[in-house]
Design a protein around this ligand. Structure first.
Ligand code: IPE
Ligand code: IPE
Ligand code: MG
Length: 249
């Protein structure tokens, strides 16, 4: 399975090591077709498959997908039920194929809020894909960037109060060690679908210097070609990290 865009990505050099995605627009996709919102979420599963395979083909090492936010618990219970059902279906249906592709799945977030059945399916896909070396896939479920930082701060404060941690030793690395993404590089590229220009409480610490690509495409219509386009866009960026361009100083 090759594409011209994939060939161009190879020629352009550095592929983003870590790509994060805010998968948005399922509801609008359904409403545009006179369908219930859950039909959009169901269709969105195909896009997840496309994104995973495309990222692996492009040579991305870590793909982090925002699938359900802490704030999404405030949606109608019927929609939450449909989303949890799809998560179980995805975990059960895709486990073997992801293992075969060498994709190691991690599910990160406030997982104690999931119902028992969903929790079991999630544990099974994590267990069943452990050790995959082609790519790491993080599914962010019941995740909030602020809550992640609060958890980290609470854990550090507990250690300091117990005398196990010198507050002066707290630096980027120490804090990062307490985040769900501990041990991973920060995302190089963030993709958001459906044209919304906001972060929506995703990876607040980790996105400090991430390149952002927003596409108007609604998530259910997202294909690997859209992912390749985002990577090409990224490859044309100049990442300065607050410094000046080489040779300008
Ligand atoms: C993204 O699509 C999926 C989740 C947030 C779970 P939405 O459901 O937010 O779709 P829109 O933004 O209403 O179109
Ligand atoms: C962000 O999308 C969360 C996920 C993609 C899981 P939302 O649709 O929930 O975000 P807002 O409400 O547009 O900011
Ligand atoms: Mg949305």
């Amino acid at each position: 399975m090759s594409s011209d865009t994939l060939e161009r990505i190879r020629l352009c050099g550095a592929v983003p090591q870590h790509v994060a995605v805010i998968m948005d627009g399922n509801g609008r996709w359904a409403v545009q077709r006179g369908l219930p919102r859950h039909a959009g979420h169901r269709q969105g599963m195909n896009a997840v498959r496309e994104a995973v395979e495309g990222a692996r083909q492009a040579g991305v090492e870590v793909l982090t997908l925002f699938a359900f936010s802490t704030e999404n618990w405030q949606r109608p219970s019927s929609e939450i039920g449909a989303l949890m059902g799809l998560l179980r279906l995805y975990a059960e249906k895709e486990k073997r194929e992801l293992k075969r592709q060498g994709v190691e799945v991690h599910v990160l977030g406030e997982l104690h809020r999931l119902d028992e059945g969903t929790r079991k399916s999630v544990d099974a896909i994590v267990e069943g894909t452990r050790g995959g070396e082609a790519m790491r896939l993080n599914l962010m479920i019941s995740y909030s960037g602020r809550e992640e930082l609060l958890r980290a701060v609470r854990a550090l404060a507990r250690d300091a109060a117990a005398g196990r941690l010198d507050p002066e030793s707290i630096d980027d690395e120490v804090l990062e060690g307490r985040l769900f993404t501990a041990g991973l590089p920060d995302p190089d590229l963030l993709i958001r679908t459906s044209g919304e220009l906001r972060i929506s409480n995703f990876l607040l610490w980790q996105l400090a210097y991430t390149e952002i690509h927003v596409t108007p495409v609604l998530w259910p219509e997202f294909t690997r070609e859209h992912l390749f386009d985002a990577v090409l866009d990224y490859q044309g960026r100049e990442r300065r990290f607050g410094r000046v361009t080489a040779g300008e100083g």
